[in-house]
Ligand binder design. Structure first.
Ligand code: NDP
Length: 273
């Protein structure tokens, strides 16, 4: 029988996950189907249980259910525990397992697709919401010289900084508000705020982008407000989060199927569309 998977969210119609996983299944000769489930905002757990009862094997979880998925999981990966959010659920006789592949997807996009080596670099991570939290541990594991976390609400960044301080080798993790960025420069600036979603760019002081640096927006859709501002501030290289989306999907696929799918042709197909 064909194994069933899906993405669950609200809204979910815009999701590219069905297309990505259909391509992965084709490229790896896996017999599976992958759909999209629109769950009512107050009906996430019921939607998951109904999917399990119908024989479903795994779910990707998107906005606004990642925290509920974390709570629903009976066992969780260390990276899900660090992120305090779950974007991948796997169902088996041992119950509901929760993982978070977003941060690993980001690191895979940066290192494999964009060719960066993050060890010894200076990274600025903007934002202190779910996406920033999920990225912190995978980024720290790359052993940057510095990881500076900056958020509009400085206290939220400081709280996250304190929480992850024990995981930062050599005290490389700093945190604070945007004002503390004056006079600093970075090799990689990652926008993990929701500002681009609102059509806004995070105000950054001149000089934040070091020569040769990469500006990376987790939001995808070509030249986002953040990337456009980065260009005018001299960022030599710029990338949106489409590669992260494909790579986090590949990590989910690996968890479910035990096979790592090729991502380059899928990313190229999405970029072409
Ligand atoms: P959250 O709502 O959890 O976090 C919002 C964050 O953005 C907060 O730090 C908030 O700051 C900040 N923010 C919101 N508006 C502004 C603004 N106008 N100026 C400056 N800061 C602002 O969102 P998520 O963490 O879930 O998502 C963040 C981004 O990451 C989204 O664009 C999302 O699409 C993207 N994403 C991409 C993925 C991919 O696969 N490519 C996967 C996951 C997320 P404050 O605390 O001050 O309110």
């Amino acid at each position: 029988m064909t194994d069933r998977y899906a993405v669950v969210g609200n809204p979910v119609a815009h999701s590219k996950s069905p297309r990505i996983h259909a391509a992965f299944a084709r490229l790896t000769n896996q017999d599976l189907s992958y759909g999209a489930i629109l769950a009512p905002r107050d009906g996430f757990a019921d939607a998951v249980r109904a999917f399990i009862a119908a024989g479903g094997r795994g779910l990707n979880v998107t906005v606004p259910f990642k925290l509920e998925a974390f709570a629903l999981a009976q066992r969780r990966s260390p990276r899900a525990e660090a992120a305090q959010a779950v974007n991948t659920l796997a169902f088996s006789g041992e119950g509901i397992f929760g993982d978070n592949t977003d941060g690993a997807g980001l690191v895979a996009d940066l290192t494999r697709n964009l060719g960066l080596s993050l060890a010894g670099t200076r990274i600025l991570l903007l934002g202190a919401g779910g996406a920033a939290r999920g990225a912190l541990l995978p980024l720290l594991e790359q052993r940057p010289a510095l990881l500076h976390l900056a958020n509009r609400t400085a206290d939220k960044a400081r709280a996250l900084g304190e929480e992850f301080a024990g995981r930062a080798a050599g005290g490389c993790l700093e945190s604070g508000g945007f004002a503390g960025l004056a006079g600093r420069s970075f090799d990689l600036v990652i926008n993990a705020t929701a500002a681009s979603l609102a059509g806004e760019a995070t105000p950054l002081p001149a000089g934040v982008f070091a020569p040769g640096s990469l500006a990376y927006d987790m939001m995808y859709g070509g030249e986002t407000p953040f990337l456009s501002a980065a260009r005018s501030q001299g960022a030599d290289r710029r990338a949106d989060g489409l590669g992260m989306l494909v790579e986090q999907a590949a990590e989910s696929f690996l968890l479910w199927r035990g096979v790592r799918p090729p991502t380059a042709p899928v990313l190229a197909e999405l970029r072409g569309a």
